[in-house]
Design a protein around this ligand. Structure first.
Ligand SMILES: [Mg+2]
Length: 254
């Protein structure tokens, strides 16, 4: 299980210009032939993530656990629907004003999640975003801080922790490698660690991609810390190579 932005590719000022290296796609495809599950868990919508990563044989859990798209599916399966799904969008509609644009706040419409980005803007913008966060909370929305991004979410969303539960539910998967770089990944990692403590998972490896902006807790709890996405992709390549060397269907043990 891997996050995408900041994990399979570097974070860039314009999210639409982020690029996942071809060697990552190829290795993920190879792994998909040998493992019970290969999944990307991301803050982007699942179809966007699939286009971006490009691997057809893997599962994409999008918008921090909101919808997933499995190999061969055309449309994502949505976990949250109806009125709840519209709450954040309605808040933006009622509160957006030209001042936000002047402050270099960019709104990304992720459906039920609305993201306010301010990468490249100054300290004052962060203060403005804090004000918006307070307002959103009093309007009953959940706020979630990431790397130069504030997300407004419907309350009760379990985020990536919910996504890992959903992915493992009904499977016999007992060995998981999980990689991420941000706060939402930390929540998923905490959930996975709990599943390991409860005996639901036998083997768990948490990989953290270290950055100045990421949560120190993730790095502290990780079994393995790498400095950048390329290093995590090296490990994926290595896993893929081992998978092809072992008998079909066998899980690499190291
Ligand atoms: Mg990330």
């Amino acid at each position: 299980m891997s996050d995408v932005d900041g994990t399979l590719c570097r974070i860039v000022d314009r999210p639409d210009r982020a690029k996942v290296p071809a060697r990552a796609r190829e290795s993920l495809e190879t792994l998909a032939d040998h493992l019970a599950l290969v999944a990307c868990i991301t803050g982007r919508p699942s179809p966007v993530a699939r286009k971006m990563v490009g691997a057809e044989k893997i599962t994409y859990f999008g918008n921090h656990g909101l919808s997933y798209i499995r190999p061969g599916q055309d449309r994502p399966t949505v976990v949250i629907e109806g009125e709840e799904a519209e709450r954040a969008r309605n808040f933006i509609r009622d509160n957006d004003n030209p001042f936000w644009v002047t402050a270099k706040i960019r709104i990304e419409d992720k459906g039920p999640i609305q993201a306010l980005h301010w990468r490249g803007a100054g300290h004052r913008t962060e203060e403005i975003v804090r004000g918006i966060a307070d307002h959103a909370q009093s309007a009953g929305l959940a706020t979630h801080w990431g790397r130069k991004v504030l997300e407004l979410r419907p309350p009760g969303m379990e985020g990536k922790a919910g996504a890992v539960d959903e992915l493992l539910d009904g499977t016999e998967i007992d060995t998981v490698v999980f990689a991420g770089d941000d706060r939402t990944d930390y929540e998923a990692a905490v959930r996975l660690r709990k599943l390991a403590e409860d005996g639901r998972l036998r083997n768990l490896t948490i990989v953290a991609i270290d950055s100045d902006e990421g949560p120190p807790e993730l790095v502290e709890m990780a079994d393995l810390v790498v400095a950048e996405p390329e290093e995590w992709i090296d490990l994926i390549e290595d896993l893929a190579r081992r998978a092809t060397e072992s008998p079909a269907g066998a899980t690499p043990t190291e």
